[in-house]
Design a protein around this ligand. Structure first.
Ligand SMILES: [Mg+2]
Length: 268
């Protein structure tokens, strides 16, 4: 009898250990994959619709420039303000690396990519900046790339033949992510006729630290701004929209983030 109890106990311990090993392996897999990025990155790189949206947006931007020139007059200095990443430069190869290797965004991994100065231009972006400049409108780039990335960024954009690629037209991140002050610096000297970006904070500080409604209510309230004062571009790969779902922080495990992504879905 004693022998049977000991054998049963040993069997129980063995099964428990196997379950723990299995759970650990599953946990490890969840922590080292970025499968949630797969579909959005495939869409960004392979859908003709993505390219059409960018062309559509920059075509609209040209129309707004034309309208503003006739309304504002030639005496007042005018500017358009553009974000850089996923607005004029395509960093989807960085996302591909995240999908394939499981690596995450960090200052180090990001700089490994930007230091190559090999991002491609997004459809219609180069032509739009040239159009604005040729019509007497200055182009400013407000980006949260770090100031130490200025040279590699300008090198990349010069190769692609963007307009206004000089340090006076780049306002990169120094101490704060918010772009309000940097917009104000331009507004002191220019009339900003249009802003373009893939994140709502490229337009206004009212979209920083989104509320529990994910700022959807604020967008609805300001629906008249879009396509008139601000042109929003599509970025299904990352952005403040995702951060808001996590509760305005990325400092969570992948397992918890994946759960939050699933929890926010509205089914029927
Ligand atoms: Mg961006």
């Amino acid at each position: 009898m004693k022998k049977i109890i000991i054998l049963s106990l040993m069997f129980f311990i063995f099964v428990s250990c196997q379950n723990v090993i299995k759970e650990t392996k599953t946990q490890k897999k969840a922590d080292t994959t970025n499968e949630h990025l797969l579909m959005s990155t495939v869409w960004f790189q392979n859908s003709a619709e993505m390219r059409a949206i960018y062309y559509q947006s920059f075509n609209l931007a040209k129309m707004i420039v034309d309208k503003s020139i006739s309304e504002v007059g030639k005496s007042q200095k005018k500017a358009v303000v553009l974000d850089i990443d996923e607005t004029v430069l395509d960093n989807s190869p960085f996302q591909v690396k995240c999908v394939k290797t499981g690596q995450n965004y960090s200052t180090k991994t990001w700089k490994e990519w930007t230091s190559l100065s090999k991002a491609k231009a997004l459809p219609g972006a180069v032509e739009f900046t040239n159009y604005a400049k040729n019509n007497g409108v200055d182009v400013f780039y407000i980006s949260n790339r770090l100031e130490e990335e200025l040279d590699v960024t300008m090198k990349n954009m010069k190769k692609l033949k963007f307009s206004c690629v000089d340090s006076a037209h780049f306002l990169l991140k120094t101490t704060e992510s918010g772009k309000k002050q940097r917009r104000a610096n331009i507004e002191g000297k220019y009339k900003i006729i249009l802003l373009i970006g893939d994140n709502l904070t490229d337009y206004s500080e009212i979209y920083e630290n989104r509320n529990e409604k994910l700022a959807i209510d604020i967008v609805d309230k300001n629906s008249g701004d879009f396509g008139t004062k601000f042109i929003i571009l599509p970025n299904p790969m990352y952005g403040d929209w995702e951060k808001a779902i996590y509760g305005n922080t990325y400092k969570l495990s992948k397992e918890i983030k994946n759960k939050k992504l699933k929890d926010c879905l509205l089914g029927y």
